[in-house]
Ligand binder design. Structure first.
Ligand SMILES: Cc1cc2nc3c(=O)[nH]c(=O)nc-3n(C[C@H](O)[C@H](O)[C@H](O)COP(=O)(O)O)c2cc1C
Length: 343
């Protein structure tokens, strides 16, 4: 049975209503954000996302204020649409980075990597930018809202990169029904429009994706990195494994490769050297932490997907081709609208 034009328009109108709060907060026609990804989320991908009606976010990572200033200017040269900047709270020059964003009239600043300090919250708000923060639990979500945060992202353990222990399926149930004061965006494992629609219907304002966009044509990630995404199944994107309770490993989700196997071996050898009294506990911990230094860059920029860190979400199983950003966004919208049309 063919669907009429009226049914199609009604489905589009329903989607527009469902994510209206997210769109108005971001200043975009779709409430689809591309989460900041170190080495990936730079001028080309960020401007492509924003030009296609989504919301791009620059990953500042360990950039200096001068480098960030240049990246923002270069992005503004490629788009006149809104985009944000993701800053890591433990960056030693956080205050200067916020000043750079404010001076460049960045409308949205994302503070990641921990609870944002009060001084940073004030600096962002006094500068006139909207503040977005991550929350791993409901109590913290409430505290962040009280402290003046303008929007929250809840990121489930399905996501690529650094992860918490709880899946988005559960976080969404814990948090969405209880946070109404600010828009809440969902992230982690999202690869299709039907999933976005489901979370919008649960009360989310929009969705943040990383993995699908990392493999987009406009992403500067190495061709090997994108092809690894195209080939991988959801079950290939696993969290880093910790061998011993005494030596914590930061949980990071990425594709299993020679590097992840060597990491286990490296932990075992380091553990043995500690047990034999060859290295102190602190030195052993540092050696374990050092293993992945520069590894994301090696995979993304150099294309060494065997030894580098190929951070990817479980959504990698839903990447079937390298596609332009506009096509990915149109597909996500079409899937959400299609699901609404069949009701
Ligand atoms: C390669 C890669 C690098 C990432 N780097 C960062 C980062 O530097 N800062 C951050 O806040 N999130 C980072 N993320 C998480 C994304 O912003 C996003 O929340 C996540 O990818 C969403 O889950 P998905 O990958 O299943 O779509 C990264 C994700 C990937 C795949």
């Amino acid at each position: 049975m063919g669907l009429t034009e009226t049914q199609r328009n009604a489905a589009f109108a329903r989607l527009d209503a469902l994510w209206a709060r997210g769109c108005s907060f971001l200043g975009t026609p779709t409430a689809i954000m591309c989460g900041a990804m170190s080495w990936v989320s730079e001028r080309h991908l960020v401007s492509a996302i924003s030009n296609a009606g989504g919301f791009g976010v620059i990953a500042c990572g360990s950039m200096t204020p001068a480098l960030l200033e240049a990246e923002i200017a270069a992005t503004q040269a490629l788009t006149d649409k809104p985009f944000g900047v993701n800053l890591i709270t433990m960056h030693p020059q956080l205050d200067d980075l916020i000043r750079v964003c404010v001076a460049a009239k960045i409308g949205h600043i994302v503070l990641a990597g921990g609870i944002p300090p009060g001084s940073a919250v004030r600096a962002v708000k006094d500068g006139g930018a909207k503040l977005i923060a991550f929350t791993p639990a409901l109590v913290l979500a409430k505290r962040l809202v009280r402290s003046g945060v303008d929007a929250l992202v809840i990121e489930g353990s399905e996501a690529g990169g650094h992860i918490g222990p709880v899946s988005l399926g559960v976080l969404a149930q814990e948090i969405l029904p209880h946070i109404r004061d600010v828009p809440v965006f969902v992230a982690g494992g999202i690869g299709r429009g039907e999933a976005i629609l489901g979370y919008l219907e649960m009360g989310a304002a929009g969705a943040q994706l990383g993995t699908r966009f990392a493999a987009a044509s406009e992403s500067i990630a190495h061709a090997n990195f994108k092809q690894a995404f195209v080939r991988a199944n959801a079950r290939d994107a696993l969290p880093s494994v910790q061998l011993d309770d005494r030596f914590p490993v930061i949980p990071v989700r990425g594709l299993v490769n020679a590097g992840t196997k060597k990491f286990l071996q490296h932990q075992a050898e380091t553990l043995k050297r500690f047990q034999d009294g060859v290295v102190t506990k602190d030195a052993a911990q540092l050696e374990i932490e050092h293993f992945w230094a520069g590894a994301l860059r090696r995979a993304v920029v150099d294309g060494d997907v065997e030894n580098g860190s190929v951070m990817a979400g479980q959504s990698v199983g839903l990447v079937s081709a390298v596609q332009p950003v506009a096509e990915i966004i149109a597909e996500l919208v079409q899937q959400a609208v299609g699901a609404l049309q069949t009701r």
